[in-house]
Design a binder for this molecule. Sequence first.
Ligand code: CA
Ligand code: CA
Ligand code: CA
Ligand code: CA
Length: 371
Amino acid sequence: MGLKMRSLNWIGVAFVTLVASGAALSGCTEPKGEIAGCSSDDQCKGVRVCSPQGECVSPLALEDAGTDSGTNPGEDAGTSDAYTADASRPDADLPPEDAGEDTSTGDCNNALTAVATIESGGNSSPNAITIEPGANVTLDANASTGDISRYEWSFIDFPYASNLRHLKPNLNASGRGASFVASTLGTYVMELTVFDSANMPGCDTARVEATVATDAEIYVELVWDTPGDTDQLDGDGADMDLHYKHPDGEWGYEPLDIFWYNPTADWGIERNPRDDPELIRDDEDGAGPESIAHPQAERLKYAVGVYYYDDYGFGPSDATVRVYIDGALAHEVAGERLEGADMFYEAVTIDAATGSVSVDDKHYDGYPPTN
Ligand SMILES: [Ca+2]
Ligand SMILES: [Ca+2]
Ligand SMILES: [Ca+2]
Ligand SMILES: [Ca+2]
């Protein structure tokens, strides 16, 4: 099955690549991914560009430092879900240890008070904030009191936690606090525990939460689970693509199918961006999410599809698609298996006139044929 628009694009670039490097590319028809390293944009196929890290990535990934295309080690490189501040570090801004009286009562120290603050984009709260998808969230424990030697943050809840634990974001260390990128719609709940010098926890923990919300009329999100990939956040994983198609469009063609190659287009009223859908997050290295927001949709029917771009040897992946209408979850397709590269799944159709979602549930080997 041909790749339509982008295979034409790739052929031209591949010719240049062959001449430039002499590398054998026989049998490969995919415009992204198969070149492991790069030193210039010419070595990347399709619309890919060479990142500072020497990887071919979509231009979108470079523009948005919050994505996890593998160019942002802050989000993807770590695996820990709790950060411990070490008071013994010379640069730690922490109170000196106190060898005074023992204030422990049983299994916890009631002289320690954990106080957490959550902040994002200048919006700060001791309880809860509402943020946009992809926002960086900062947690701090500076208001905590007592002779605290150690601060520990952990996730109590996060979107998809009940069945996709691998989507728990990495918590990155930052002084007494931590930060993470909130990529998926839903609520993240974080807990702070403080410890004394004897490693006794305070009797009370503090919780804060961030709710990721959208004001787009239609918002579509794809995440995926690849059972053959034991670490799905390490920057090396399977690549699925979210597609969002206008009723007059054809899968894989710009401008009426929105996906990584065609991240936005002028739909609806010309030069009015409010009715233009946009891929707001691309992901190439496992798990997702990929997200498309359509701020104001014409009263038409829009189809949502998933293309398995490349399994990179990790085998089948299970796609989960969520459709939000007016900010509320309207439909979820959970754990739909695609066996490997070049499989396409027509998931659902959204009727913007009625705000309803109908299930298509059709699998194809390659892009669906033109009607
Ligand atoms: Ca991996
Ligand atoms: Ca992708
Ligand atoms: Ca428009
Ligand atoms: Ca990823």
